[in-house]
Design a protein around this ligand. Structure first.
Ligand code: SF4
Ligand code: SF4
Length: 381
């Protein structure tokens, strides 16, 4: 199992994590078997956003004998009301719900206290400045959470969180379908008719988020890596073709700052399927053939920053040049921070002498020489 360090913390999380949401439907014995299996295989990241008392208690009972093994994302703002999950910022509900989480998990602390499911920038700006955030800070100073995280499906909210030094971890939905969508409400990600014909390639806001996380050392853990299973079924996939779990996992884990994918599994065979990623060949993981030949929303011609085009004889970091170009070109004027990062590259687009070796290697058919010319013009070197 490969482990990745979370930002400036001391924690190293397994790149395959345990998303336990389906455990709500399972008898305790099955949950315990899965937990033991995770422990044996080195899976050490557990996300518990669920507010259902039964699943919290069952997970707590199962992890209790090996509590030190686990790094837990526990959510703040996920409550249980009238036998149902309710997301709220009402502290009268939030505080008892978080105390309940600790009690049922049979622990005094969780490593990451996750501000639960913030999908609107307006709501983010509100709670980050009011008593909700005061409560989160209090949890940290009381040692009930060791670090602060936030979960979201909206890259705009993710970007705000990535720039907030108090937030060290973002749990974000990542897959190649969501990456090409502009910021929308969660349900729209799952509606195929919302994927307009002109979509294909990563949205600039997503690229900006990934880049900002790198700059601020903010870690990303991943949810919805299979788009709720839709990417695995041809008839449901917005690409008109299915991807394999290994391709989806590889796509998610190769986004900058991505540290672990929380795979939502039903049973041990499903977990085994995800763990095959650890020993899979490059060919089994390669998503580029699918995304370039997909009948719909092909990524053909769009850079995914995969790096297959390297090496350049002049040591131009082509993926980075492409990324800075994509980030900068959407603005009227090149932002200073992007210009500075570009200037700091060892070699620049203007160094390109058009040998074309990179283009032969690019599986996405990007016209790299053309992009180099445009980038040299935009950045002045
Ligand atoms: S130019 Fe092609 S090979 Fe190079 S990083 Fe972009 S998509 Fe990958
Ligand atoms: S075409 Fe330009 S960027 Fe590509 S390998 Fe040759 S010199 Fe490097």
């Amino acid at each position: 199992m490969k482990y990745n360090k979370i930002g400036k913390t001391d924690y190293e999380v397994s790149e395959i994590g345990f998303g336990a949401e389906w455990m709500a439907e399972k008898p305790y014995e099955e949950i315990e078997k899965l937990v033991r299996y995770c422990e044996r295989e080195g899976v050490n990241l557990l996300d518990c956003w669920m507010s259902d008392p039964k699943v919290r208690s069952d997970l707590g009972k199962a992890i209790n004998e090996n509590r030190e093994h686990w790094i837990i994302q526990g959510h703040i703002g996920s409550t249980w009301q009238k036998e149902q999950y309710v997301r709220t910022r009402d502290l009268n509900k939030v505080i008892p719900a978080f105390e309940d989480l600790l009690e049922r998990l049979q622990t005094d602390y969780v490593e990451f206290g996750m501000i639960h499911y913030v999908d609107e920038t307006e709501e983010y700006n509100k709670i980050i400045n009011n008593e909700f955030m005061e409560y989160v800070r209090q949890l940290k100073s009381d040692g009930k959470i060791y670090h602060i995280g936030l979960s979201t499906h909206n890259p705009e909210v993710g970007l705000l969180a990535a720039k907030n030094p108090e937030i060290e971890l973002i749990m974000l939905s990542i897959n190649p379908a969501f990456d090409m969508m502009p910021p929308v409400v969660l349900d729209d990600y799952f509606e195929n008719d919302k994927y307009s014909d002109d979509l294909g390639g990563i949205q600039p806001i997503r690229s900006e988020l990934y880049q900002t996380c790198l700059e601020t050392d903010t870690a990303i853990t991943i949810m919805k890596g299979f788009a709720g299973g839709r990417l695995l079924r041809k008839e449901d996939s917005p690409f008109g073709v299915e991807l394999t779990p290994l391709q989806c996992i590889h796509y998610a884990l190769t986004r900058p700052s991505a540290k672990s994918i929380l795979v939502g599994v039903n049973d041990i065979p499903e977990l085994e399927g995800a763990l095959k990623y650890e020993t899979a060949t490059d060919e089994q993981k390669d998503y580029s053939k699918i995304l370039t030949t997909a009948p719909k929303h092909s990524y053909l011609g769009k850079c995914t920053y995969c790096g297959h085009c390297a090496p350049c004889p002049l040591e131009i970091n082509i993926a980075m040049v492409n990324k800075f170009y994509d980030l900068a070109v959407v603005h009227e004027k090149v932002p200073e921070s992007i210009q500075e990062h570009y200037n700091n590259l060892e070699a620049h687009a203007s160094d390109c002498f058009g040998c074309g070796k990179c283009e032969n290697r690019c599986p996405f058919g990007v016209e790299i020489i053309e992009v180099m010319k445009k980038a040299a013009g935009l950045f002045g070197k």
